[in-house]
Design a protein around this ligand. Sequence first.
Ligand SMILES: [Zn+2]
Length: 72
Amino acid sequence: MTTITLASDYGTPCVQCGELLLSPEWSEFEDDEHVVNLWSCDKCGCQFETKAAVPPIGEAVIRAFFSSLLVA
Ligand SMILES: [Zn+2]
């Protein structure tokens, strides 16, 4: 079994109260290699941004991901 782990979007703790936030409110590509996530905490209302590197997606990763979808 192949597990693909992406570099971001797996949750981050709130910078103010430590509540685990599971997904960003909003995301934007800063350039080809970085994405900026805007987080909003439901518990304390704090909003903050994080920047994450986007891993290059190679052919092997794409094949591993989509091979499970192929029936033929
Ligand atoms: Zn918070």
